[in-house]
Design a protein around this ligand. Structure first.
Ligand code: C2O
Ligand code: CU
Length: 481
């Protein structure tokens, strides 16, 4: 049988096999909500988390000590066709426990990679095998869920691409894994993880931005080319707003979920931590021209991320006008009329030098929380670990609306595990595309409503993906029974 694992010309430096599973594999899936209709092919990967070195800064700069999967930052790109089965053997060669979370994939709860909540963490020297079906296509990623403020920051993450059964036509399919690093003069990572100022303000923002583990230089393109660019924000805290000069990116997918192809407002792509966007970039300029990709999210800290450099030879006169709409994924449609509503409030953090309370801990309680580095609350509670009483318990199979209120002075990318949700309103107004997301960026004081069918049983983490905010308590559990 032909090996259908597509590597898009990449040299995959890790073991890869694909074969058809028999009845034994299927018996396992029967209990899961997304059981495949037919025997699915199994795609096997092995990743090892270990200390290593990476040439992030380039030029004459020394290599940086990192923690990485299979010795690379980002870790190996995992690609699997939609509807098939993934098995990843994870070996921990770090000096501390770890887990792997498959961000954006709707996996069975025991495969979700949340320490203590869904599995025993993987001890140093141990291995753990994750195995699950992949019902939906899309751009996702994987990362540890143990001490993310250091493990993810030091370089443990990788892209996970689920390929459509019928891909849209493009000339190149390119992944940009975006990250930032807080590097010292010797190109080493500053080890002030969990700094109180970072936790209580906008998280650990680095001083060096990389694409696919490198400070980017020129990105070579050709006139008339159509590129599908998959953007993944793996930074602990940095929010990006990318501009492509005179080019007009078309968004075709958000958080791995197809969306009606559209031009974003003012032509920029905003990505909070953990968020993804697939865009179509038509190369409309002339051979030899050069443009900058810029990031201007933080006022006063705008910078040039990379250059787009047109080669001397055009590919064709103009980019093809092929359809850009991706086939829908398999999430059940929430029934907004019948949906049960729950209010979720986010409080805490600093404003004008004051802690913003709103929880049970005001006065002396608040001081104690601050001393413990717990400064963020969901519905009045600051999480102290991954295991806790659920914020809410949802009946399996029913539709729910979470009405979320950001009562803080900061942005928060709010992520729900195990499900994708529709973003149905912002600031009290219905959204135009009701986009499916798994991480929604809330502006300061913003109110956002999300809706979904709670079809995946288990205890699911619900948290801010600014990893310092999560460490500072902005995390809860949503139980589906
Ligand atoms: Cu990207 Cu709870 O994770
Ligand atoms: Cu946050």
């Amino acid at each position: 049988m032909k090996d259908t694992v597509v590597n898009n010309g990449r040299n995959l430096q890790f073991s890869r096999r694909a074969f058809v599973t028999g009845g034994a594999g299927l018996a396992l899936t029967a209990a899961f909500p997304f059981a495949p209709a037919m025997a699915s092919r199994l795609h096997e990967f092995s990743i090892t988390a270990a200390p290593g070195r990476a040439r992030l800064a380039g030029g004459k700069q020394p290599e940086t000590d990192v923690w990485s999967y299979n010795g690379k930052v980002p870790g190996p790109e995992i690609r699997v066709p939609q509807g098939e089965r993934l098995r990843v053997k994870v070996t921990n060669e770090l000096k501390e426990e770890t887990t792997v979370h498959w961000h954006g994939l709707r996996v069975p709860n025991p495969m979700d990679g949340v320490p203590d909540l869904t599995q025993k963490p993987i001890a140093p020297g141990e291995t753990f095998v994750y195995e699950f079906d992949v019902p939906d296509a899309g751009t996702h990623w994987y990362h540890p869920h143990q001490r993310g403020i250091e493990q993810v920051d030091r370089g443990l993450y990788g892209a996970l691409i689920v390929e459509e059964r019928e891909p849209i036509k493009v000339d190149r399919d390119i992944v940009w894994v975006l990250d930032d690093w807080r590097l010292l003069k010797d190109a080493q990572i500053s080890d002030d993880f969990g700094d109180f100022r970072d936790i209580s303000h906008n998280g650990r923002i680095g001083n060096t931005v990389t694409i696919n583990g490198r400070i980017p230089g020129a990105f070579g393109v050709r006139s008339g080319e159509r590129i599908r660019l998959r953007l993944i924000n793996t930074a602990n805290a940095r929010i990006f707003r990318l501009g492509f000069a005179s080019h007009k990116p078309k968004i075709i997918s958000l958080d791995g979920q197809p969306v009606e192809p559209h031009d974003p407002p003012d032509g920029t792509i905003v990505l909070g931590p953990a968020m993804r966007a697939d865009i179509l970039l038509d190369m409309t300029a002339k051979p030899g021209e050069r443009f900058s990709v810029t990031d201007d999210f933080y006022k006063g800290f705008e910078y040039r991320l990379a250059d787009i450099a047109y080669g001397p030879e055009p590919l064709r006169d103009r980019a093809p006008d092929a359809p850009a709409r991706l086939a829908a994924n398999t999430m059940p449609e929430p029934d907004l009329n019948a949906a049960e509503r729950h209010e979720i409030r986010f409080n805490g953090g600093m404003m004008g030098g004051m802690m913003m309370g709103g929880g049970r801990g005001s006065g002396g309680g608040m001081m104690n929380m601050m001393r413990g580095g717990k400064v963020w609350l969901i519905n009045g509670v600051a999480a102290t670990g991954h295991v806790m009483d659920p914020l809410i318990t949802l009946e399996r199979g029913r539709s729910f609306i979470l009405a979320m209120q950001n009562d803080t002075a900061w942005h928060h990318p709010i992520h729900l595990h195990g499900h994708s949700f529709r973003v149905v309103s912002r600031g009290g107004r219905a959204t135009k595309r009701r986009e499916w997301q798994d991480t929604v960026l809330m502006a300061p004081r913003e109110r956002v409503e999300i809706a979904f069918v709670a079809d995946n049983p288990g205890d699911w983490l619900f948290h801010c993906h600014i990893l310092e905010h999560m460490a500072g308590g902005m995390m809860g559990v949503i139980r589906v029974t």
